[in-house]
Design a protein around this ligand. Structure first.
Ligand code: IFM
Length: 482
């Protein structure tokens, strides 16, 4: 997909796109505590599994440290002012569990709760609706030491923390997301070892799926019992999975990867059961087949919405790696009988991810085909792209690739779910750009810039990019039409 000049994303296309957004469609931006807050030892916060992982030599690209990140903890009012200028309807942020409950059990940290209390008030005063994610990967370290999500007890701990967050913020948060991308936690953290806690258990990591989902179910119960006024859902990363060829082995292994990436999360949540693996792969999934009916009932409680994070489709080929695509290069992948293959027909982002907006519509169709009436209304809770950009800037950079990426994906989301679209029967409530500002991109450190706002990690100066002004003109055009 050819990049175009940011200035050439003309008013007409912004107007067209604005005209296609339903009046109550939510436009937002998303971020996560560990990626932006810094202040890891301030105000009683305890360490998380990610603090410890990031300290291990070799775990983060260029040895980058999350200690300061964007210093959002000390600059939240400035960041809320930026969002107000952006004109978005909603901000999806995450609450740091170890800031609220440093040990992951026992007493809650009032100063931590106060920070999010102020943030929510600042957002509301700016006319921005708060969507709060309870878990975006920062498990309190003492819990990680007891096995983290491989230990069933973590689910109970999570529910107690969720109840405390609900008690404090439940009168003002509009939407609650229990977990962000349980698939990334299991796959990257417990199966492949490229994220915290750095374990490479491959298929033996699957109990961490069940325990996260149990944590989700218990947290839903706890929030509802506490009388929170907002809607409750969960967010997962979803990618259409394709076999590299029509060969039987490619098709079989693509099916297996589809289970691991998509279905072992969405099926139990939306259908109350784990999917049946193909016979030849059944041994890999045996831990999930033992889930009790009581657990599955808890996991499949009705939700107010379901969050979908979409970045790119995935192609699977039989045979050991190396992968033909940067997304599948974890060392542990060399121990499974398949690898990820490239989509040569698509341009790629800075991360090497295929830019495939058409697959967003395809994904929404697949979700509706799989889950039918059980699929709640959806939000796209994350979508965005990183591109190589300078570390220091003097003004708005022309990030035309990002503008084009966002415009095409948002358009695909809206057009595919409109009457006559391929996913016309999906109810799409909104779309959140990943992300407000450049931040700590996990194992890639600060090397991948996804933000609408450039952050200079030496001075911490925020400089909006052209994509910021593009989204601002879209928000304005939309309001003018209302
Ligand atoms: O930065 C991450 C985010 O934390 C979870 N979803 C994907 C993003 C881009 O990699």
């Amino acid at each position: 997909m050819a990049a175009q000049n940011a200035d050439a994303v003309n008013t007409a296309s912004v107007q067209d796109l604005a005209g296609r957004l339903r009046p109550n469609f939510t436009l937002g931006v998303a971020a996560a505590a560990f990626q932006i807050e810094g202040a890891l030892a301030a105000d009683g916060r305890g360490p998380s599994g990610w603090d410890a992982f990031a300290e291990k030599p070799g775990s983060i690209m260029n040895g980058h440290s999350p200690a300061v990140a964007c210093d959002h903890y000390n600059r939240a009012p400035e960041d809320v002012a930026l969002m107000k200028e952006l004109g978005i309807d909603s901000y999806r942020f995450s609450i740091s569990w170890p800031r609220i409950q440093p040990d992951g059990r026992g007493p809650f940290n009032t100063q931590g709760l106060d920070f999010y209390d102020r943030l929510v008030d600042q957002l509301l005063a700016a006319g921005i609706s708060p969507m709060a994610t309870l878990y975006h990967w920062d498990t309190p370290l003492p819990l990680e030491h007891s096995g983290g999500w491989m230990n069933r007890a973590t689910a109970e701990r999570f529910a107690a923390y969720a109840a405390a967050a609900g008690r404090r913020l439940g009168d003002r948060v509009a939407q609650w997301v229990t977990l962000n991308e349980p698939v990334s936690v299991t796959l990257n953290g417990y199966a492949l070892g490229v994220h915290a806690p750095g374990r490479d258990l491959l298929f033996d990591a699957l109990p961490s799926v069940h325990h996260q989902l149990l944590g989700h179910g218990l947290a839903v119960q706890a929030l509802r019992a506490g009388g929170v006024t907002g809607g409750i859902g969960l967010t997962n990363l979803h990618s259409p999975v394709r076999p590299a060829s029509r060969k039987l082995t490619d098709r079989l292994l693509a099916k297996v990867f589809d289970l691991v990436l998509n279905r072992v999360y969405a099926d139990p949540i939306l259908l109350g059961r784990y999917p049946k693996p193909p016979l030849a792969a059944r041994h890999w999934f045996k831990s999930l087949s033992k889930a009790s009916d009581d657990d599955l009932r808890l996991i499949s409680q009705p939700l107010d919405f379901y969050g979908v994070n979409y970045y790119y489709p995935v192609k699977v080929a039989a045979g050991k790696g190396p992968a033909d695509t940067p997304a599948g290069t974890a060392h542990a992948m060399m121990r499974v009988p398949f690898h990820l293959a490239a989509f040569p027909e698509y341009a790629t982002t800075g991360f090497g991810w295929p830019v495939a907006p058409d697959h967003l519509g395809i994904l929404l169709r697949e979700l509706k085909d799989r889950y039918g009436a059980a699929l709640p209304p959806l939000y796209i809770t994350e979508n965005g792209a990183s591109f190589p950009e300078p570390e220091h800037v003097t003004g708005p950079i022309a990030d035309s690739g990002r503008i084009e990426y966002l415009a095409h994906h948002l358009d695909e989301a809206v057009v595919s779910t409109a009457p006559g679209g391929i996913a016309h029967d999906v109810e799409l409530l909104g779309y959140y750009v990943w992300t407000l500002m450049d931040n700590f991109e996990w194992a890639a450190g600060y090397s991948q810039r996804f933000g609408l706002v450039h952050v200079d990690f030496e001075t911490l100066k925020r400089t909006p990019k052209k994509s910021f002004y593009w989204l601002q003109s879209l928000s304005r055009a939309r309001k003018a039409l209302a």
